[in-house]
Design a binder for this molecule. Structure first.
Ligand code: SF4
Length: 278
């Protein structure tokens, strides 16, 4: 059986397909990268939990054949925190869109980072609220149009990974849907890291964002994404002026400090249950 068919059979709830995503949406590419990262790590399916909020990308939780929690808008990290504290041996991936994570769930995001709790936040950044009507989010680049910014937003966008790092996250990486192998590797590295990990996955939304901003179709958006990306390694050899308009990909920061759930269990004299990996 071809690898892709095997992965589909093992890790997707095929009865839930076809998915709801528009043709050319990057959500499927990001979801596939997550599945391959989990497969590569060889986790037991029963030990993996996918938590999601609300939005187009958060529908992935319904299609993935693991333990899943499809929660409320902006609150995925709050649900995931409770679960991690009760069952710290589980591996949690928290899928959120840019608005879900950085606006409605912004407080949960910074406090998860501050605690350094061992959750893997996969933030699918398509620069817009897709499902709820094309409103601009805190990650919409300045000047870009949305239903709530018909002449272009006047607001400056967050740099999500700067925000995460400033709040205390200990792993931050950026990849994109145009380079899915790199994205898969970044998600795998995030999962291996003990502490709050953020993977920003840039993803095209050709319908709610691309069409309104005249960015062409999905292929054009993916092509632009790839051409405008530069790896952390290559960027480190360039002058600042040469990086104008470029998006840096790869592991942006990583540090080892004590993880919250382990510290908590230690403080009450208990050890974290050991995962039965067989
Ligand atoms: S609206 Fe955008 S993000 Fe949502 S499914 Fe369609 S292309 Fe994807």
């Amino acid at each position: 059986m071809a690898i892709i068919e095997q992965l589909t059979k093992d890790f997707l709830r095929t009865k839930k397909l076809p998915h709801i995503w528009c043709p050319g949406c990057g959500n499927g590419i990001v979801t596939a990268a997550l599945v391959r990262a989990i497969e590569r790590a060889d986790y037991e399916q029963r030990d993996v939990v996918i938590v999601s909020g609300i939005g187009c990308s958060s529908r992935a939780a319904g299609y993935l054949n693991f333990n899943t929690l499809h929660t409320t808008h902006g609150r995925a990290l709050a649900f995931a925190t409770g679960l991690k504290m009760a069952r710290p041996e589980l591996i949690l991936f928290v899928i959120m869109g840019d608005g879900d994570c950085s606006a409605i769930g912004g407080n949960h995001f910074i406090h998860s980072a501050r605690r350094n709790i061992d959750l893997n936040a996969i933030v699918v950044n398509n620069h817009i609220y897709g499902m709820t009507g094309g409103q601009h989010s805190p990650l919409t680049p300045g000047g870009k149009k949305a239903t709530t910014a018909p002449r272009g937003t006047l607001e400056r966008a967050f740099n999500l990974l700067d925000l995460a790092r400033g709040a205390g996250a200990t792993f931050g990486a950026r990849g994109n849907a145009a380079q899915p192998r790199q994205l898969e590797q970044l998600i795998a590295r995030a999962a291996n890291h003990k502490g709050f990990s953020v993977v920003e996955a840039l993803s095209p939304c050709p319908i709610a964002y691309g069409r309104r901003n005249k960015l062409g179709g999905a292929v054009d958006m993916l092509k632009d994404m790839k051409e405008n990306s530069i790896s952390m390694e290559r960027a480190s050899r360039k002058e600042q002026s040469e990086l104008e308009g470029k998006t840096i990909t790869g592991v942006i920061f990583a540090e080892d400090i004590p993880e919250y759930a382990a510290e908590y269990y230690n403080s009450i004299g208990k050890s974290i249950p050991v995962r039965n990996d067989g």
